[in-house]
Design a protein around this ligand. Structure first.
Ligand code: GLC
Length: 553
């Protein structure tokens, strides 16, 4: 850890203000040329992240997995899937990142394993009531012969939440619970053996030197006693973001697990951190994950879900600072990840688009790319001025839109298959990113293969093209990150300013931040000296869908 001390000494609580860049390994950089990104690919591109100016990277899962949910179905929590490389490749990547002063967070998937996990395979072979079955949630079915599922819960990916097994003697048997795909059976977190196993998995990665974990489905691990029936409202968000009192989301018992993990991390030096993926309906509930003895951060999904509306944006920022502040935690900020429509498209949507629906060839009223990009850049300009930690998702620094025309034959997200094509799912935000305009697969690899097809017009977004253009999204992100660091925007507090109903305006020390979410240009004060603008403009009026950082001295 010696190299890291230059940027943040142990005890500095680096995660309070860090900018953390999410790498989706299968789509970042592909050294092997098989069309799927890998760890050596990441290592080879670390300099570009250093130049961008991020403090840490978070890697989506690269552990051994049959890839039924792009690696969020883990068969061995202590090894690297051959698709992505080896444990040695991981250690090299980690050391190379640390050498550049970049911290590394890995994804931990504790709600469910893959059906290929040795424990689940043993559970299938064992008898009802056995210790092997007790690591997962097996129940007898209802109906005369157990032919009906134990309750009416619906899977996040569509269809029922239960799968029936065939017992060793060939007869139809018990059912097991899976919040997601049937290939992702849920662990029973009331079982101490499961808890001990995950403490040991945490230690495995902490011992290798990781700086923390992003915890998948951190609101789902405990289910309500008795597994009572539950029917979500018709317009419910699949991950629970809009609903209260769901028997499989946000049950009180999950917090004991994180108190326990907090103690495990505290045994290590160097400020290791936990960040939860908990899609809770309110910020007050979200903040429960970051009470002082639990996680260090949790994703601010109410912020991510906020529409392009000035009042809504002001409200969610104010409430975030209040609610996270009330428990002594930093707020986090995030606009894009591998599960949602990229914000350079989402912010121009004119129709409802619940999480997981995605956008595809037949979606009506697709978002306008130019409006989306302007809003996306303005939104990021606001976000990176806010106190707290910000998450970026690979490709957003290039202004990538959602890939909206992926032909059906290439789709991979289980959501698409489980809903018979009713919901496109998340492939549109997962397409391999463009590095060089004129290279095969835009420089993603040397072979030209790509597990999802890259849109032909992504030439314009290639990193090498944007590097030469001082008005590019990449140039904007670099400037925002540099000025944010210089002025210490990640910590401290903000002072609200009034720039009218259609604006979001606040001050960070001597720097004023204002975004125009209205329909008319907005006058800036005389003498305003622009430090960064989300897009170039002439004169003293801030164009619509534009944000700026300025001083008046
Ligand atoms: C989380 C992940 C998502 C995955 C799901 C099941 O929501 O972000 O990609 O499909 O968990 O593990």
């Amino acid at each position: 850890m010696a190299q890291l001390e230059q940027i943040a000494a142990p005890g500095s609580e680096w995660w309070r203000s860090a900018v953390i860049y999410q790498i989706y390994p299968r789509s970042f950089a592909d050294a092997s040329g098989d069309g799927i990104g890998d760890l050596p690919g990441i290592t080879s591109r670390l300099d570009s992240l250093k130049e961008l100016g991020v403090d840490a990277i978070w890697l989506s899962p690269f552990m051994t997995s049959p890839q039924r949910d792009a690696g969020y179905d883990v068969a061995d929590y202590r090894d690297v899937d051959p698709l992505f490389g080896t444990l040695d490749d991981f250690d090299t990547m980690l050391n190379e990142a640390h050498r550049r002063g970049i911290r590394v967070i890995v994804d931990l998937v504790p709600n469910h394993s893959s059906a290929q996990h040795a424990w689940f395979q043993a559970a299938l072979k064992a008898a009802p009531g056995s210790p092997e079955r007790a690591r997962y949630i097996f129940r007898d079915g209802k109906g005369e012969n157990g032919e009906l599922p134990p309750n009416n819960w619906e899977s996040v990916f569509g269809g029922g939440m239960w799968e029936r097994v065939t017992e060793a003697d060939g007869t139809p048997g018990q059912w097991y619970l899976h919040i997601f795909d049937p290939t992702q059976p849920d662990f029973d977190w009331t079982n101490e053996e499961v808890r001990e196993e995950f403490r040991s998995i945490l230690r495995f990665w902490l011992d290798r030197g990781v700086d923390g974990f992003r915890v998948d489905v951190a609101h789902g691990m405990i289910k309500a006693d008795g597994l009572p029936d539950y029917t979500p409202p018709a317009d419910a968000d699949s991950m629970g973001g809009g609903e209260a009192n769901v028997p499989y989301w946000g049950q009180d018992g999950v917090h004991d697990i994180y108190r326990d993990w907090h103690r495990v991390l505290a045994e290590y030096d160097g400020d290791r951190a936990l960040c939860g993926e908990a899609w809770m309906p309110t910020l007050k509930q979200t903040a429960l994950w970051v009470r002082p003895d639990e996680m260090h951060q949790t994703f601010n999904f109410p912020y991510l879900m906020t529409e392009w509306d000035a009042e809504a944006l002001r409200d969610v920022i104010r409430e975030s600072l209040e609610e996270f502040g009330a428990v002594g935690a930093p707020s986090t900020w995030v606009l894009s990840n591998h599960d949602v429509v990229r914000h350079a498209s989402r912010l121009a949507l004119t129709e409802e688009n619940p999480q997981g629906d995605g956008i595809g060839p037949l979606t009506p009223n697709k978002p306008d790319t130019a409006i989306g990009l302007a809003r996306g850049r303005a939104a990021t300009t606001v976000m990176l001025a806010l106190p707290g930690s910000a998450y970026l998702y690979q490709g957003e620094e290039l202004g990538l839109p959602e890939a909206m025309e992926i032909p059906d034959a290439f789709r991979q997200d289980p959501t698409w298959f489980r809903t018979n094509g009713e919901r496109y799912g998340r492939d549109g935000c997962r397409v391999p990113i463009p590095w060089e305009a004129d290279a095969p697969a835009f420089g993603f690899n040397e072979s030209g293969a790509s597990w999802l097809p890259q849109p032909a017009d992504w030439t314009a977004y290639a990193r090498d093209v944007e590097e030469k253009d001082e008005t590019s999204t990449l140039a904007l992100y670099k400037r925002l990150l540099a000025v944010r660091k210089e002025h210490g925007f990640g910590s401290g507090s903000l002072a609200w300013e009034d720039a009218g109903a259609d604006a979001v305006a606040f001050r960070r020390g001597a720097v004023h931040v204002v975004a125009n979410l209205g329909t008319e240009p907005l006058d800036l004060p005389a003498g305003a000296r622009v430090l960064v603008a989300s897009q170039p403009f002439d004169g003293d009026a801030l164009p619509v869908d534009t944000a700026v950082w300025y001083t008046t001295d």
